[in-house]
Design a protein around this ligand. Structure first.
Ligand code: GLU
Length: 389
């Protein structure tokens, strides 16, 4: 079968591949500690579920405006407006998850041979989407030594006449590293001068620890309205991964282009899922606070256990719900590199992790702590025993 040539540039999402394998083992009755996909184990807040059911019962089951239902667009504009952004409901497109928002942006904005700067390690999907439309990802390494903080300087140095956009993800999946407000401002100022777009994927904005503050690009959107595009998601904050509701906000021409693409690609995000997302946004704050408290406890637990494993080093993640330990000191015959290490951990310890190479660093593995404390304890015990053997 001859496939389109772009298929030579992409493979299956590594995060979803590992979680598929873990699911297959579970179906065979094998108990697997699944630290693979970043998927909250919590139930969606009831207020969201009730709103979606009510929508289904009352006939809210038809096409909607392809950019999303007006109430949700309005609520999102207000939310970011509170940070100073000039966006209105017309500046919002509700998408089938943040993943679709990013894909549609890539289609709308990137040309063949343009460059898109991404801090590395990066989320698996970023380079793939950039390549899918023929553009080129340019990786800027962040370092384990300073907790994978994303600095402005190397990004500014990488700007060239071919740069179309800088794609930021703070807090970062997979490292938990963050971008400080001052660095964000320097990047945005430099990009605005050169007509380069800044796409800020703020999916993990609420997952931030030790009293740190999230620096949102929305706070700079009034000064740089033609430069900033913000992408967000309901999946992680509200434990709504399967609902597939994400969004983007940005300049009018971008919104109109994305909206056009969406009208041909998905028509709209599922009508009643948008009702659920809206209700969660309005009424699930106490559920979110409880979940965040639990994530902070899990982060401590994972940090302590990893620190006690010989050869494993892991700075505590500043944000997100991932740890990205360096495990290269544990590489041996048969578990050389992060792919073999992940296979070894799955075969020997029944622990599913994602190989760091999928995120651009082969010395690490990614552990999601969006699973219960008991699963974390079980998996980390098994991992320690397997690595010691
Ligand atoms: N974003 C999550 C992760 O990195 C979910 C899976 C995916 O879409 O990649 O695990």
């Amino acid at each position: 079968m001859k496939l389109a040539s772009r298929m030579a540039r992409i493979g299956e999402s590594a995060t979803l591949r590992v979680s598929r394998k873990a699911g297959e083992l579970r179906r065979q009755g094998i108990e697997v500690a699944d630290f693979s996909a970043g998927e909250p184990d919590f139930d969606t807040p009831l207020v969201g579920i009730d709103a979606a059911i009510e929508g289904l019962r009352t006939g809210f089951t038809r096409y909607t405006n392809s950019s999303g239902i007006p109430e949700l667009r309005e609520a999102l504009a207000e939310r970011y407006g509170a940070l100073g952004a000039p966006w209105t409901a017309a500046s919002v497109v509700v998408t089938v998850g943040a993943k679709a928002a990013l894909m549609e942006l890539a289609l709308a904005l990137f040309e063949e041979d343009q460059e898109v700067i991404i801090p590395a390690p990066y989320w698996v999907t970023f380079p793939e989407q950039i390549r899918m439309v023929g553009a080129e990802p340019v990786e800027i390494a962040s370092s384990v030594e300073d907790g994978f903080r994303i600095h402005a300087e190397p990004i500014l140095e990488a700007l060239t006449p071919r740069t179309r956009a800088v794609l930021l993800n703070s807090p970062c999946n997979p490292t938990g590293g963050i971008l400080e407000g001052a660095d964000l401002e320097r990047i945005v100022e430099a990009c605005a001068e050169r007509d380069v777009l800044v796409i800020a994927d703020e999916t993990y904005e609420r997952f931030i620890y030790d009293g740190r503050e999230h620096a949102s690009a929305a706070a700079l959107a009034a000064r740089f309205p033609d430069t900033i595009i913000l992408v967000g998601s309901f999946s992680k904050t509200y434990a709504m991964t399967g609902w597939r509701v994400g969004y983007l906000l940005g300049p009018a021409p971008v919104i109109s282009a994305v909206s056009n693409i969406q009208s041909h690609a998905t028509s709209n995000t599922t009508s009643f899922a948008m009702l659920g997302a809206l209700a969660a946004m309005r009424g699930a704050e106490s559920d979110v606070a409880e979940m965040l408290t639990e994530y902070a406890v899990r982060r401590e637990l994972v940090g302590e256990r990893l620190a006690a494993m010989p050869g494993v080093s892991c700075p505590p993640p500043s944000g997100s719900f991932y740890a990205f330990p360096r495990v290269a000191e544990c590489y041996r015959e048969g578990r050389q590199g992060s792919i073999e290490m992940a296979e070894f951990l799955l075969d020997e310890a029944r622990v599913a992790v994602v190989p760091g190479v999928a995120f651009g660093n082969d010395d690490h593995i990614r552990i999601s702590f969006a699973c219960s404390r008991s699963e974390l304890e079980l998996g980390l015990d098994r991992m320690a025993a397997a690595l010691a053997g």
